[in-house]
Design a protein around this ligand. Structure first.
Ligand code: SAH
Ligand code: SF4
Length: 318
């Protein structure tokens, strides 16, 4: 599949045909099971200033927090009890104590026997190696956009090449590495999604999370329109065709862009992963990547999966 095949699929193939092809590949490669990742957003502290994100360092609005080790472990135990298949530990990018995080990873992977995925931004090779040794199996770090000029404008002081180098380092260290990107960023050319898909394929990404850009009012991009669920779903279907092996989540951002049916539509478009939130209610309001975030809870995840006619291992509380 080359760039022009991908462009045809993205912008010319009728939606119903694209979806049917994606569902065929999905059923063959991944079966009916939808994997659930219990998402714990353990800190909103961040040193970076990504133009789109409400957690950027320059935003003084959110009250900054770091959950304690005990709080994180309690949420992970809750996710395990509800049948989550893995735990995702996510945070802003800050100089987290590598040893502290390693200990938490070890407790979750050894005591709860749940694979741990990290989504904590860019760190040193030594820290990545320590966390890998502690038992972290997967690492998510999205390339965000494969357009190098746009990447540089959105991330002052950082480059796409640098981001990709981190992805390669993580793969070298034995992580299953996940990338991803946003749809409808201000200044993003729709054709550049073909490059996003080619980059994810070149990296042989084990996971690829695609979601619409959503404005956050306290950021420099707060007045721009968000990306559409429609284009996000088409991109998701093309990703399923181009990366048949990959785990593709129906993202929370997609659920926010289309609260009524975003998750179900994502599953029907080719996704096989959902990420219900296990972030404590007391801090959720301060984890403001974007506005009006639609938290996917267990009951919502079960509804979405069943509406798509698929299976899961989630359990509601008795
Ligand atoms: N700090 C880490 C992980 C947390 S941010 C990192 O940046 O890798 C997780 C993801 O949230 C980012 O990769 C980005 O794709 C998404 N995100 C941030 N702001 C967003 C916005 N305004 N709209 C949609 N997605 C956003
Ligand atoms: Fe920080 Fe991640 Fe938001 Fe960038 S996207 S400002 S690194 S939390």
């Amino acid at each position: 599949m080359n760039r022009s095949d991908i462009l045809t699929l993205l912008f010319e193939t009728p939606t119903a045909e694209l979806r049917e092809r994606a569902q065929e590949v999905l059923a063959r490669e991944k079966g009916r099971h939808v994997f659930t990742r219990g998402l714990i957003e353990f800190s909103n502290v961040c040193r970076r200033n990504c133009l789109y994100c409400g957690l950027r360092a320059a935003n003084s609005h959110p009250a900054r927090y770091v959950l304690s080790r005990e709080e994180i472990l309690a949420q992970a135990a809750l996710a395990a009890a509800r049948g989550a298949d893995t735990i995702v530990l996510q945070s802003g990018e800050y100089p987290v104590s590598a040893v502290w995080l390693a200990e938490i990873i070890e407790r979750i992977s050894k005591d709860l026997r749940l694979p741990v995925t990290l989504s904590v931004g860019e760190h040193s090779r030594a820290d990545y190696a320590l966390w890998r040794e502690a038992g972290a199996a997967r690492y998510l770090i999205k390339h965000e956009t494969a357009d190098p000029d746009l990447y540089a404008r959105l991330h002052p002081g950082w480059t796409l090449a640098g981001r990709v180098a981190h992805l390669r380092t993580l793969t070298e260290l034995g992580y299953e590495t996940g990338t991803g990107f946003m749809i409808g960023l201000p200044g993003q050319r729709p054709e550049s999604h073909a490059d996003d898909i080619l980059l994810a394929r070149e990296l042989h990404a084990a996971m690829c999370g695609v979601g619409p850009f959503l404005p956050q009012k306290d950021t420099p991009l707060g007045r721009y329109p968000g990306g559409t669920a429609e284009l996000t779903l088409r991109v998701l279907s093309v990703l399923r065709l181009a990366l048949p092996w990959a785990n593709l989540p129906a993202t929370t951002a997609l659920a926010t862009a289309d609260p009524a049916k975003g998750q179900t539509e994502g599953l029907l478009a080719g996704a096989n992963v959902l990420m219900p939130s296990f972030t404590p209610v007391s801090v959720r309001e301060d984890y403001t990547l974007y506005d009006d975030k639609n938290r996917v809870d267990i009951a919502g995840a079960i509804r979405a999966i069943e509406a798509a006619g698929r299976s899961h291992s989630l359990k509601l509380p008795d």
